[in-house]
Write a protein that binds this ligand. Structure first.
Ligand code: SF4
Length: 484
């Protein structure tokens, strides 16, 4: 790691276990270091000191946050406060670090954080890091001088000491963001874990990038409508990344928005298995899951399968851009059971536009059908697994088609529907349920769709009573027409 030049505190605004399970965070760290920046790891929920040198965050020249989840904006504010750095950009002086952020939340909606950040960076780390490093290292190592040089870059926007009034209800228009920087060819950009640690959410699995973007266009998903074009990784790049990953761990996690969409996924599975890897996938789209992919999981010793039927009815799934019926869900369950995978994790959403109560109840009916398949297979094999259901409340994303459809239910009615399905699911034996918290889903929607006025919402969640829940209740009480 270079000793001279500006020091960068690279912060994942969530726990160490979550940050180290993010290939995006790990890869961006490597990009900065390759570009010559002295970047060190920081995480939330622990003292704001470096995991690499124990140096406090306030001693660094730049605090760079990588943000992938809306609710983590609050962790950025907490981190700044714990590190003794003024929360508002306009209150920082020459002795304070530059505070900047990049990542998918910056692309989706950076408005909530506008007054708290000195700069936003727009693009993939591989495309941004060299120019950022040059600008930071090119001259005086003073905050003002470095910010000026950053402001001259095509994919960086500085907030120029944005105004903030905690009492005001006005929303100021923000400038259009600069274009998103992305790399056309992934071939010279290996993107693979550099650390595989049992303390990560994925255990000691090494992660490997299978491609960027997504060829699908699910109507609720930001990536499918706004991310740069789909770029699948070449077989050669995957082999080279496996060379780097396998010495860390024989457990490889293939990371992509849609693993099964890779045109050579079967060959990738075969080659990696041949090299002694045990495979997992970051996501499985039911209709894109090949027989080879499932067999590779079974050969890798996987005993459970995670799938996302998303909605209870085939009509709603078509509306979401996932055109498959219950038969496709049950077919993949049967295939997995026949390969020895006994447990299932199922992801669903409710509160979707146009969803009827009967359609939401179909979630419970589908889970019961899955359970009956498991019981029948268990009688033959003598092994009975369990079901985990992750039940979310739909949170609209900007730049996606689905939220444009009217939702006949207001937010409170959607929250009641979530509770109703949760109750139905709890009656199904051998089934664990993790349901969204409606106030947190509501907070996520406010941050996802709101304008610059939502910086006051963040501020209230930080300082007001009751955290997110309290801030959400106060927000909808005073702004009942908020879009959720
Ligand atoms: S497959 Fe996944 S990443 Fe791609 S558009 Fe659908 S939900 Fe989004």
């Amino acid at each position: 790691m270079p000793a001279a030049g500006p020091r960068v505190a690279f912060v994942y605004p969530n726990a160490y276990s979550v940050g180290m399970a993010s290939l995006g965070y790990q890869a961006a760290l490597q990009c900065m270091r390759r570009a010559g920046l002295a970047a060190e790891r920081f995480f939330s929920y622990s003292a704001p000191v470096s995991w690499d040198s124990l140096a406090p965050a306030g001693r660094f020249d730049v605090l760079a946050f990588s943000i992938a989840f809306e609710l983590d904006w609050l962790n950025i504010l907490r981190f700044l406060r714990d590190a003794g750095i003024p929360l508002l950009a306009r209150e920082r002086g020459e002795r304070d670090p530059i505070v900047l952020a990049g990542g998918v939340c910056v692309a989706m909606n950076r408005a909530p954080a506008w007054p708290f950040l000195d700069a936003f960076v727009h693009g993939e780390a591989e495309a941004l890091a060299p120019a950022l490093a040059r600008a930071l290292r090119a001259g005086e190592r003073r905050r003002g001088a470095m910010l000026e040089r950053l402001a001259g870059l095509a994919h960086v926007e500085t907030t120029a000491h944005a105004a903030f009034d905690a009492e005001s209800t006005e929303s100021a228009a923000l400038p259009d963001p600069p274009p998103w920087a992305w790399i056309e060819s992934l071939d010279d950009a290996p993107c693979v874990s550099s650390v595989a640690t049992p303390e990560s959410e994925f255990g000691d699995m090494a992660l490997l990038d299978l491609g960027r973007g997504c060829p699908n266009h699910c109507t609720f998903c930001w990536i499918g409508h706004n991310a740069p074009p789909y770029r699948p990784s070449s077989l050669e790049r995957i082999e080279r990344m496996a060379d780097l990953a396998l010495p860390l761990s024989d457990r490889l996690g293939l990371v992509s928005s849609a693993v099964g969409a890779h045109p050579e996924i079967d060959e990738i599975c075969r080659r990696l298995l041949k090299r002694g890897a045990r495979l997992s996938y970051s996501s499985l789209r039911i209709e894109e899951t090949t027989a080879t992919m499932l067999e590779a999981l079974a050969q890798s010793g996987q005993k459970s399968l995670t799938i996302a039927p998303e909605a209870g009815s085939a009509r709603l799934r078509r509306l979401l851009g996932k055109p498959f019926g219950d038969d496709a869900v049950l077919d993949i369950v049967d295939r997995a059971l026949s390969l020895g995978m006994a447990s299932f994790k199922l992801y669903f959403m409710t509160g979707l536009p146009t969803e009827t109560e009967d359609e939401s109840d179909e979630i419970a009916r589908l889970v019961e059908k899955v359970r009956l398949r498991m019981v029948s297979a268990g009688k033959k094999s003598g092994a009975m697994g369990s079901i985990s259901v992750n039940l979310g409340l739909f949170t609209p994303k900007p730049g996606t088609p689905l939220p444009r459809l009217a939702n006949a239910l207001d937010f409170a009615a959607r929250a009641r529907r979530l509770k109703r399905i949760e109750r139905l699911l709890r009656r199904i034996p051998n089934t664990r349920i993790a349901a969204s918290s409606p106030p947190l889903s509501g907070a996520q929607s406010i941050l996802s769709l709101g304008g610059s006025e939502t910086s006051r919402f963040l501020f209230d969640a930080l300082d007001g009573s009751g955290g997110w829940r309290g801030a959400f209740q106060r927000w909808i009480r005073t702004r009942p027409d908020t879009r959720l």
